[in-house]
Write a protein of this length. Structure first.
Length: 778
């Protein structure tokens, strides 16, 4: 161990925890359900332990030391100079005896590394090391002590560092090679497409200045490569450690991986490690097993075989799921957990919105833990509003609670009964309030049975928290008993409890009766995801949110909570107005009450367009029912025109077959749902799609939930109707219409089937480059 040299960019900095995780983890992967304390419980536990120590006890002792090229840093939890005792505090739930042995070894490794550093820093000849296990339930401490001499700890420190040094040297060399090759990296085409350069420049500037960018850019200009390329270019200049490319759909992930592959193909010396993340259920090799060595062969000895698998994957530049999977299986380790490990050693990670934005997102957690500087690219960012809401919503069914009361473990009966009692009190209070004609918050909203409660009753919340603790303890006591119903209910309870912690005007607490009207579902329903998303947007070095539909800017700024200095750009379309005929059918109303009457006129208009210019068309409707009704009517009137219909819950293969029918030489009309899988992310250039019919304004259904959203958004932003209905509706319309013109040589037509398209407030939300005319009434 040597004294710490001055801050030198040629040195590799590693935290004690990361160093030990890399070198000291052995044996099985064991993710048997063991309740772990929450972050808040962990912090509270550490604070309580510290408060029990005498005044001379030192807390959070900063330590650092060097070994070769390594700089090791960390904070020991506590040191008592009178006892000469260093403490490493770990919080836990449930019986300590069940702590897997490899976890204990890891804890000792951390304590020894801290001990070595403290001895070196203070000239101690020996030291007592104490692992303090604090039970967050009982608040009891279990202390395990060992005394070590300074030389033996120094030897342990040196050995630990030596085992990491080769890897660190390799990583530093990779970083240098990565940065040099990124600086030299050329774009994949001799020139940018029209609009693509403007987009790329905006992304680069935002990345260099560490800002958030809201970029609306039309379809067909190559947005994926147009954002990946400049973000990578900014990495060496701004010391960006990683780029996260986040998508809402699988198709977006494939496009990102293709863009990276094309950059590598065009720049053979590009030293870049990319990685695809998949959901666990899609990456698991043994869905019928549990993630521990006694159940799954790929978890058994996972950490023993991990180093070789990790080395091979890193040498290969990581890559798609298929590449990592092949390596994982060759080494008999779980591909899903190998991928999680590889995030640490990757330059570009391609994943889902959830991986960064949800309450316990893995990419966000690692970024915070390792203090990475990350550039984030959010593809099809208009979807983040709805996805953000879903991530911050939770619900609990009273029927599930009742089932557990009757069939669940006897030990949980008391806390289950207590929650049920508090639930019944909510019913009673609600009935009383309705009886007394209380204010709007508990009244029956128009068009539905959902009822918003003014607040989360404290008795119910307290009962919920107690139940969470009780189930957690029960599961810790019985780790081999697997009860899927109990586990599912427990996860719902935890989500609700977490959401209740941050409950505020951004969310509703609502009540809906179940099939048995004596039971209800309680839901914390997010309306405005901004307060949650804002923190994530601010914590990254730079975030670019891009899509073809990010208008109006104020809507997205408000709903997503973009940071103060966010830059908004609108990239002009490379397409010319004469490439796309846009016609408004002012003689057609698709309002719900007019649909039967307007069927004939719509059918006539569609058939006339088809006969004037036969080819491939898509017709979009606001719901499956409307689609089926119109398709049946159309087929009856015009049996000679080929029709294909989108079906409910279509598999990915069936969706591909639907699109494969649309060839440069085929003809027909595909009936699809507006806002569904064929209305965005679908690329049908040239003759594969020459026109679209769009019925309705895409407005979300008027129902109890949306009406409550409208009311709440009225209170928060002032224009609840536009935020709930008009803006999201028109975004779907523009996305669907965007399927028609994909290249500068495409020619097509879009029929907007509703008289409301003539209204100025609706026209203002349509792309500026469209030249809008009127359909001639048949
Ligand atoms: S293969 Fe599946 S069951 Fe086995 S460890 Fe991986 S995720 Fe868990």
């Amino acid at each position: 161990m040597s004294p710490l040299p001055s801050d030198d960019p040629q040195r590799y900095h590693v935290a004690v925890r990361a160093l030990c995780e890399f070198t000291a983890k052995r044996g099985d992967l064991d993710l048997r359900f063991t309740p772990t304390p929450t972050a808040q419980e962990g912090i509270a536990g550490h604070t309580l332990v510290a408060s029990r120590r005498p005044p001379w006890h030192e807390c959070e002792v900063p330590l650092n030391a060097a070994h070769g090229l390594l700089t090791v840093t960390g904070r020991a939890d506590g040191y008592d100079p009178r006892l000469n005792r260093l403490e490493e505090v770990k919080t836990h739930k449930g019986t300590l005896a069940r702590l897997p042995d490899n976890h204990r070894q890891l804890h000792w490794a951390q304590a020894k590394v801290y001990g070595a550093m403290l001895c070196a820093q203070r000239g101690l000849t020996d030291i007592e090391l104490a692992l303090v296990y604090f039970d967050v339930g009982t608040q009891a401490e279990t202390v395990i002590c060992e005394t070590h001499s300074a030389p033996s700890l120094a030897a342990f420190f040196a050995d630990t560092c030596e085992r990491f040094l080769a890897w660190a040297t390799q990583e530093m060399a990779h970083r240098r090679a990565r940065n040099a090759s990124l600086e030299a990296m050329a774009f994949v085409h001799p020139q940018f497409r029209a609009g693509q350069r403007e987009l790329a420049e905006s992304v680069y500037k935002a990345a260099v200045s560490g800002r958030c960018l809201l970029a609306q850019a039309p379809t067909g200009i190559g947005k994926t490569i147009g954002t990946v390329f400049p973000m990578l270019k900014a990495c060496p200049k701004k010391g960006i450690d990683k780029v996260y490319f986040l998508t809402a759909k699988t198709s977006g992930r494939a496009a990102a991986l293709e863009a990276i592959a094309s950059l590598k193909a065009h720049n053979p010396s590009l030293a870049l490690r990319d990685l695809e993340l998949r959901a666990k259920e899609k990456a698991c090799e043994h869905p019928d097993r549990a993630c521990h060595g006694e159940s799954c062969p790929l978890a058994q000895g996972f950490y023993d075989r991990l180093p070789a698998a990790r080395s091979q994957a890193v040498a290969a530049g990581n890559g798609s799921h298929e590449v990592v999977r092949a390596i994982a299986l060759a080494h008999q380790v779980c591909p899903y957990y190998l991928t999680q490990e590889l995030v640490r050693w990757s330059d570009v990670v391609v994943g889902d919105f959830n991986h960064y934005f949800d309450l316990s997102a893995m990419l966000h957690g690692l970024m915070q833990q390792h203090q990475w500087r990350v550039g984030v690219l959010v593809d099809e960012a208009h979807n983040l509003v709805e996805r953000g809401r879903q991530m911050h919503t939770g619900e609990l069914h009273q029927s599930s609670l009742q089932a557990l009361r009757h069939h669940g473990p006897a030990a949980l009966k008391k806390p289950l009964d207590k929650l049920n009692k508090a639930w019944r009190a909510i019913h009673k209070a609600r009935e009383q309030a309705i009886g007394e004609g209380a204010g709007k918050d508990v009244s029956e909203p128009a068009g539905g049975t959902l009822q918003v409660l003014p607040d989360i009753p404290s008795a119910w919340l307290q009962a919920l928290q107690q139940l969470c603790a009780a189930i957690g303890e029960h599961m810790a006591e019985h780790p081999t008993e697997v009860d899927p119903a109990l586990q599912a209910f427990y996860f719902s309870c935890l989500q609700m409890a977490k959401l209740a912690d941050s409950f505020g005007p951004h969310s509703l607490f609502d009540w809906t009766p179940e099939a048995d009207p004596r039971r209800s579902t309680l839901c914390i329903r997010n309306v405005l995801p901004a307060p949650f998303l804002k923190a994530r947007l601010c914590q990254a070095h730079s975030v670019t949110l891009f899509s073809a539909t990010l208008q109006p800017t104020a809507f997205f700024e408000t709903m997503l909570g973009t940071p103060e200095k966010t830059v908004a750009v609108e990239v002009a379309s490379p397409f010319l107005a004469d490439q796309l005929e846009v016609k408004v059918a002012r003689h057609i109303s698709t309002r719900f009450q007019d649909r039967a009457r307007s069927r004939e006129a719509m059918t006539a208009l569609m058939a006339a367009q088809f006969r004037t210019r036969p080819g491939n068309y898509l017709a979009f409707f606001s719901s499956h029912d409307y689609l089926q009704d119109m398709a049946a009517h159309f087929e009856a009137r015009h049996p000679d025109i080929p029709v294909v219909r989108q079906a409910r819950g279509m598999s990915e293969a069936a969706q591909q077959a639907f699109l494969a029918r649309m060839t440069p030489s085929s003809q027909g009309i595909g009936f699809a749902v507006l806002g569904g899988s064929f209305s965005e992310g679908v690329d049908l250039p040239g003759q594969r799609l020459i026109g679209a019919f769009i019925a309705t304004l895409g407005l979300p259904q008027v129902n109890a939930v949306n009406e409550q959203f409208k009311q709440r958004l009225d209170d928060i932003v002032g224009d609840g109707y536009a935020f709930t209905y008009r803006y999201p509706g028109l975004q779907k319309v523009v996305q669907a219409a965007g399927r028609v013109i994909r290249t500068t040589t495409d020619q097509g037509v879009v029929h907007l089937l509703d008289d409301r398209y003539a209204r100025p407030e609706v026209r203002a939300l349509l792309p500026r480059w469209w030249a809008i005319g009127e359909s001639v009434k048949d």
